[in-house]
Design a protein around this ligand. Structure first.
Ligand SMILES: Cc1cc2nc3c(=O)[nH]c(=O)nc-3n(C[C@H](O)[C@H](O)[C@H](O)COP(=O)(O)OP(=O)(O)OC[C@H]3O[C@@H](n4cnc5c(N)ncnc54)[C@H](O)[C@@H]3O)c2cc1C
Length: 386
């Protein structure tokens, strides 16, 4: 198996594949930097539990006129530093004689029905299958395309500032400017925290605007002036928020994985646990069949609900601040998290949906259902007219 891209999904996949599988991981560089911080919630443990850097049992949600701290039992909100994750998996893989790395820009990645081929550093490698996270498919017209973009600082303060037993999941009290914008705060201890400014919108900001908003938040909500803290690290990221289908195959023997395989949840951008589930499913299917193409459901109602939500956002019918406030105000926080994690039952989904702005969501739900029906008819039409 050739794994093109040795970031989150490529490394996870190599880690889960049977030790007997010969694996080549290709990446332009060896990942070592702490270039991202993954946060997510779960009710159980995960295979990377030993490198969870910090976890919280309670979270704050803040919006204009509504602030509350929630106990999220049975969930725990967790954080993994990417530097720890890369080091952990690379060390594990170094023990496996069947696993090799090749570092360099991928010059080509292609396949036919029999084998996949990747060219890097002028060398050609072949394997029965490849999984790709290095090349993302082109955005498809006719769907929603928003971006989740964010900048965060890890700061160290001069005085005790944070209650490190509680994370701020979302703080919408900042100016919304007709978009969806919030800050989250993940405190590591009384003086250190990751403070991240996040937007859901169609265009990026100038770099200085992220900094200005972060500093505004630090001043007005954490009462920190610039000389009260030091910025230890900063991170910037862009995650696609789209309901456009991600092709499962890059070419006949190359499967797309990770964000390139549509694993970022369109309505929230959370991807880490979805990547974990995807790579585990591939590894299990691979062990049984020597193919990575594990069966996937034909219809996914959570994907449909994500599209409805993107329609609401893109049409600017209601911002995320009001939507998330209604969810957290009217439902137990663990149920909201279960819903956002796509584990809720149909009954729970209906209950949650009845707590949001019903006219806005009903209108958008009809529009999305109409668009889906229209696209399906257009796909059927050419074959029926032949
Ligand atoms: C800053 C940041 C913070 C995030 N925080 C969270 C979070 O808190 N929770 C969450 O659930 N998700 C989060 N995400 C989303 C998601 O989990 C990450 O983006 C995750 O790293 C995606 O994994 P991936 O394997 O798809 O892509 P990557 O991890 O980006 O891996 C792709 C790899 O392909 C390599 N590559 C690309 N092009 C080439 C080429 N031409 N030749 C060779 N190699 C190439 C890259 O070097 C990279 O190593 C975050 C994303 C970012 C950017």
């Amino acid at each position: 198996m050739i794994i093109a891209g040795a970031g989150a999904s490529g490394l996870m996949l190599a880690y889960f594949l049977p030790v007997t599988t010969r694996v080549l991981l290709v990446d332009k560089e060896k990942k070592t930097a702490n270039d991202r911080t993954w946060s997510f919630w779960e009710a159980q443990t995960n295979p990377f539990e030993s490198i969870v850097f910090k976890q919280w049992q309670t979270i704050f949600f803040h919006a204009e006129g509504f602030s509350k701290q929630f106990d999220i039992t049975p969930y725990v909100y967790k954080m993994i530093r990417s530097a720890d994750f890369y080091a952990f998996i690379q060390a594990e893989l170094a023990k496996r004689p069947n696993v090799q790395f090749e570092y360099g820009q991928i010059e080509s990645l292609e396949s036919d029905t029999l084998e996949a081929r990747v060219q890097v550093n002028g060398k050609l490698f072949r394997a029965p299958w490849s999984c790709n996270s290095a090349f993302r498919p082109e955005p498809q017209a006719g769907f929603h395309h928003l971006l989740q973009h964010f900048k965060g600082y890890i700061i160290k303060t001069n005085q005790d500032t944070f209650d490190s037993s509680s994370a701020t999941f979302m703080d919408f009290r900042i100016p919304q400017n007709n978009e969806t914008q919030f800050v989250y705060v993940l405190p590591f201890d009384a003086r250190t925290a990751l403070v991240e400014y996040t937007l859901f919108s169609s265009t990026l900001l100038a770099d200085g605007e992220y900094d200005a908003s972060l500093k505004h938040y630090l001043r007005h909500f954490l009462y920190l002036e610039p000389n009260d803290y030091t910025i230890l690290e900063s991170e910037f990221g862009i995650i696609p928020m789209t309901d456009a289908p991600f092709p499962r195959l890059h070419s006949p023997r190359v499967m797309n994985i990770g964000v390139a395989g549509g694993r970022a949840k369109p309505s929230t951008g959370y991807a880490f646990l979805r990547i974990l589930r995807q790579t585990q499913a591939i590894a299990a299917h691979w062990q049984a069949t020597q193919s990575p193409l594990y069966p996937e459901p034909m219809f996914d109602r959570h994907a449909w609900m994500d599209s409805v939500y993107l329609q609401v956002l893109e049409q600017k019918r209601q911002g995320g601040a009001a939507f998330f406030s209604q969810l957290f105000q009217k439902n137990p926080a663990p149920t909201v998290l279960k819903f956002l994690d796509e584990n809720s039952s149909l009954l729970e989904d209906l209950r949650l949906m009845s707590s949001v702005n019903i006219p806005v969501f009903t209108k958008s739900a009809f529009e999305i259902s109409y668009q889906i029906a229209r696209r399906s008819l257009m796909r059927i039409a050419p074959s029926t007219t032949r």
